[in-house]
Design a protein around this ligand. Sequence first.
Ligand SMILES: [Fe+2]
Length: 161
Amino acid sequence: MIGTEEKINKPVDLANLTEGEKKHTPVIEAPETVIAGEPFEVIVTVGSIPHVMEEKHFIEWVELYLQNKLIGREELSPSGEKTAKVTFRVEADEALIAIKEIETCRVRGVNICGNCGEKSVIANLRAVEKCNIHGVWETYRQIEVMSGEEKEEGKKCVWKA
Ligand SMILES: [Fe+2]
């Protein structure tokens, strides 16, 4: 992946971003909780202060990853618009829950509803962007992925009550 081979710029102090850092660090808008197998939208904006999209200075592309898997990459061009905004359609795979179960030895990292046995995991969204002058920048956001598999009938899930 092009994005991961280049040096990634990181804000020095996350609590006190400089103006340049605010213009380049992507912002991820996503639901807090999603269900595996059900599509949802993730909007990536660059940045929290709009970055120009002019001939000489613009955001070249935006990528989105879910648990290190590339969801999509959008090539952008100078549009004269005030900001770069890309909407990705994302679907979390049920396998993501099983993989996390294995990674975490089936104990930590996976929440299991005490009533119905439904599972959920915290997954990582990563957005990366490249400015033609200021290079590659990234940001992360966590979402909870709940299993879409059938639950035990007759027992009320404590999460979906
Ligand atoms: Fe820039």
